[in-house]
Design a binder for this molecule. Structure first.
Ligand code: HEC
Length: 170
């Protein structure tokens, strides 16, 4: 039921612009495929940036993401859980359809996207109800949602609703 509601909300928000996942494709993976999620993550507008800063930040020592620079952005649903300075609110619990995208950069070149998408009812949801993925700049899948965050959650489990930006960039 929860999953049905989440899918319905995705369909309803399809016309509302960017940063939203636009369609259910009936792929059998909770209605969301890597292609759909990758396309949503690569939309170019409608985002709020961590600390409200669209410039890039230096990676933390503790980061499991090897690229030297990063910037993290939130769709409108996820951004509602940020405080006035653009950091994740203490105790935040992101609702379904929250999309968080981290761009990983080497110099000024985009290396890949790290993606977290909340969809508790999905069979691919890992701990905390997130789907996890890495996508290449051209959108192709490097680590798909079918992996259920197996290589991600060891580091992310300690963060606010599995998110780590507040720890590494306080
Ligand atoms: C070795 C630890 C580690 C592993 C493994 C790891 N991450 Fe992260 N991740 C971090 C840290 C630390 C941050 C905070 C930003 C930074 O400094 O890199 C982060 C940030 C992120 C963000 C930005 C949102 C946020 O606040 O957390 C996303 C999205 C993300 N990671 C996705 C992934 C995905 C997808 C995987 C697995 C394919 C993964 N991560 C594996 C440590 C890790």
């Amino acid at each position: 039921m929860r999953q049905m509601l989440a899918l319905l909300s995705l369909i309803l928000t399809a016309a509302c612009g960017n940063g939203t996942v636009t369609a259910s494709d009936g792929s059998g993976s909770g209605g969301i495929s890597d292609a759909t999620l990758s396309a949503a993550a690569r939309q170019t507008s409608g985002w709020t940036y961590y600390k409200l800063r669209p410039d890039t930040l230096v990676r933390a020592q503790s980061s499991g993401h090897s690229e030297a620079r990063l910037r993290t952005r939130y769709n409108a649903i996820a951004a509602a859980l940020l405080d006035a300075s653009g950091k994740v609110r203490p105790g935040a619990s992101f609702p379904d359809s929250s999309l968080i995208v981290k761009e990983l950069l080497v110099g000024n070149r985009l290396s890949r996207y790290a993606v977290m998408y909340k969809l508790r009812g999905s069979p691919n949801a890992g701990t905390g109800g997130w789907l996890w993925a890495y996508y290449a700049p051209d959108g192709s899948t490097q680590i798909g949602i079918g992996a259920r965050g197996a290589s991600c959650i060891s580091c992310h489990a300690s963060g606010i609703d599995q998110t780590r930006m507040n720890d590494s960039h306080p």
